[in-house]
Design a protein. Structure first.
Length: 233
């Protein structure tokens, strides 16, 4: 045996299940098998089970009626805007209210007040006579447009992002009806810029006219939006 081999032999110390060869520990094959069977394989099994569960939950969620109000999660609504109220809360509060007051029309109709062809939940952009959409298409259109109005209101009034979810929902529903241009120039918006949520909510009933006339439907809609707005204060 060479001198180097003699030094290596002296450095090798016997241990249970293997040997320590400076500076490494060399385990026996049985130890690797035990580690594989008792730790690695069960861990992989748990990971696969969790992934499968998450996939099933995602499929269930996308098929549930609640997913309609939490798609951030959809359209142009951006998570960075949601500070005062969560995305799901604002959508769940505001989108159904807008849908209720706009009403669903699957076939394009002539809006005498707006002098424009309208379809679904008050959609007017690019609508032409004879256009027709399914309920699912109309809901998708509403989600996209509603999210766009919320984003536009935040761009117009950054302070709105700090408001309670109820205020954001009511203001977005109102702007969806009156238009961003009119909303951004309003006294209501001035109150929002000063974070005067209650004063802003109390401006809603003033928006009850169309074509220069007070309409009972708008009176009722503004009262509903005001109740929602104030409920968050």
């Amino acid at each position: 045996m060479s001198k180097a081999e003699q030094l290596a032999a002296k450095a090798a110390l016997p241990v249970s299940g293997g040997a320590v060869v400076w500076p490494f520990t060399v385990a026996e094959a049985a130890q690797y098998a035990t580690l594989l069977n008792q730790v690695v394989i069960p861990s992989i099994g748990v990971l696969i089970a969790l992934v499968t569960l998450l996939i099933k939950l995602r499929v269930w969620w996308r098929g549930s009626r609640w997913s309609r109000f939490a798609k951030e999660e959809s359209g142009r609504i951006r998570a960075r805007w949601w500070v005062g109220g969560s995305a799901a809360a604002v959508i769940a509060l505001g989108l159904p209210m807008t849908a209720k007051w706009e009403g669903l029309e699957n076939h394009a109709y002539w809006d005498a007040h707006g002098q424009v062809w309208t379809v679904c939940y008050g959609e007017t952009a690019g609508v032409q006579r004879g256009d027709s959409y399914s309920d699912v298409e109309c809901l998708s259109m509403l989600q996209e447009r509603w999210g766009g109005f919320h984003s536009d209101m935040i761009a117009c009034v950054p302070q709105l992002a700090e408001a309670p979810a109820e205020v954001q929902a009511a203001v977005t529903s109102w702007s969806y009806n009156v238009g961003i241009g009119a909303a951004c120039k309003s006294t209501l918006t001035k109150h929002l810029r000063r974070s005067e949520w209650r004063e802003a909510c109390n401006q809603l009933p003033r928006w009850r006219r169309a074509g220069g006339q007070v309409l009972r439907g708008l009176v009722n809609r503004r009262a509903d939006e005001q109740r929602l707005c104030l409920s968050g204060l």
